[in-house]
Design a protein around this ligand. Structure first.
Ligand code: GBH
Length: 440
């Protein structure tokens, strides 16, 4: 069965950050630090999904999806990251799982979508090797409770973005600016992934995947320097996270570091544990040029050249549906038989989505975006790529990290003052699309 779903993440929708024994995460601390998130927005309430989840499950039942990708909040389950289990935290995901199954919606949990328990950040966060083993213990704890009903698990969401935005550039929690010094945070996430795969299988999980954010990389010109810079960017963004998992080895990282002393014997074998699927989050391609040599250069071996000549979303990201086909066929040609079946675990766009006087939200641009990306995915499938699922980011407008509530990605509009949900035109479009899949 092809999985058609929507996706969300705990900190972006749940709220209730101090309820039922949940501990603080790095995102609670970060969002409450002045100047970190636009207009000082926080996830304290967000979509209040922690209380309104029955309504959200009903929205998915009405939509007709057969799968739902959500994330589990590590500090809800283990308030200090390790040790004492908070049963009320697990109870929440247990209730959600049962309610989804009762509606014929397969729960697809992600164990880590960036909300590290603050107590583990105090110990060094993902820069600290021990966090990998603690992540696997947490995975085992959750699976012991849910694996009897949950067939498919995702370990990490976008370790690239977490490393780059959280540890290298400081624009996401935990707000560190280590630049290339952040590479251990990549390795420890990947090691945590590999250890979690073992723990999940031991607890009875039938299928395990990792979700990577991938981007097709376009050289800004055919000049040799630009092509080399594009290759260097591809290594950092895509291959650093795909190669170890699929091939058991890092790509050549000499443009970024002189030493991989954080890698120990046996790590690569752990990281390369066979997967049942690779999750891909696709938003847009990236155009890369050689650094200019100006004082404003980052010191990195590439510069973002920007993409022009394509429409953009409210976030300013270029809309390039064919980039999804290019990405998928590119993965197939790079990894061949080592590439497991693919799940598109996120795809979607931000739009202003102001209600009309009649209260409806006519998000035509989102309908067009989704329609064209699904067509591009199908084109890749026709070209031989084994894709098994597609999840729209997102079910609900939600807390968009450093942008707060300013970017709206939902099929369902959320009035953040009242929590009121209003399905958009795109929700009705996707519902009709899914009905057509059943009869086709
Ligand atoms: C995902 O990350 C996250 O998993 C999810 O939580 C989030 O809400 C969602 O996407 C929407 O942001 O500067 O034009 O080259 C997406 C990671 C990183 C993808 C930045 C787009 C930059 C576009 N994104 N990237 S551009």
């Amino acid at each position: 069965m092809f999985l058609w779903g929507t996706a969300t993440a705990a900190y972006q929708i749940e709220g209730a950050t101090q309820e039922d024994g949940r501990g603080p995460s790095v995102w609670d601390s970060f969002a409450h630090e002045p100047g970190r998130v636009r207009d000082g927005h926080t996830g304290d309430v967000a979509c209040d999904h922690y209380h309104r989840w029955p309504e959200d499950v009903a929205l998915m039942a009405g939509l007709g999806v057969n799968a739902y990708r959500f994330s589990i909040s590590w500090p809800r389950v283990l308030p200090t990251g390790a040790g004492e289990v908070n049963r009320r935290g697990l109870d929440f995901y247990d209730r959600l799982t049962d309610a989804l199954l009762a509606e014929g919606v397969q729960p697809v949990p992600t164990l880590f979508h960036w909300d590290l328990p603050q107590a583990l950040e105090a110990r060094g966060g993902w820069m600290e090797r021990d966090v990998s083993a603690l992540f696997a213990e947490y995975a085992a704890t959750v699976a012991a409770r849910l694996a009897d009903r949950v067939p498919l698990w995702i370990t990490l969401n976008e370790p690239f973005v977490h490393m780059a935005f959280g540890y290298a550039m400081g624009v996401h929690a935990p707000g560190r600016m280590l630049m290339t010094g952040a590479l251990p945070a990549a390795h420890h996430q990947l090691l945590g992934h590999g250890l979690a795969v073992q723990a999940l299988r031991a607890a009875g999980a039938r299928q395990v995947a990792l979700t990577n954010n991938c981007t097709p990389v376009w050289p800004a010109s055919t000049r040799e320097q630009d092509v080399a810079a594009a290759g260097a960017y591809d290594i950092l963004h895509n291959r650093l996270f795909n190669d170890p998992v699929l091939l058991g080895a890092y790509p050549d990282l000499s443009a970024y570091t002189g030493s991989l002393d954080f890698v120990r014997d046996g790590d690569m074998k752990t990281i390369a544990a066979p997967l049942d699927a690779l999750g891909i989050n696709y938003y847009n391609p990236t155009r890369i040029a050689a650094p200019t040599g100006a004082p404003t250069d980052t010191g990195l071996p590439f510069a973002d050249a920007g993409i022009t000549g394509h429409p953009t979303t409210a976030f300013g990201w270029p809309v390039v549906p064919d980039g999804l086909r290019e990405l998928l066929t590119g993965l197939k040609s790079r990894y061949g038989a080592a590439l497991p079946p693919i799940l598109i675990t996120e795809n979607g766009c931000s739009q202003p989505d102001e209600p009309t006087e009649r209260g409806t939200i006519e998000d035509e641009a989102r309908v067009d975006f989704l329609d064209r990306h699904i067509a591009a995915m199908r084109q890749a499938m026709a070209e031989g790529v084994d894709v098994r699922g597609y999840f729209v980011w997102s079910l609900l407008d939600n807390f968009e990290w450093a942008e707060g509530y300013h970017q709206r990605f939902g099929l369902v509009h959320v009035d953040f003052a009242t929590g009121r949900r209003t399905p958009k035109r795109s929700y009705r479009w996707f519902k009709e699309f899914l009905e057509r899949q059943k009869t086709a």
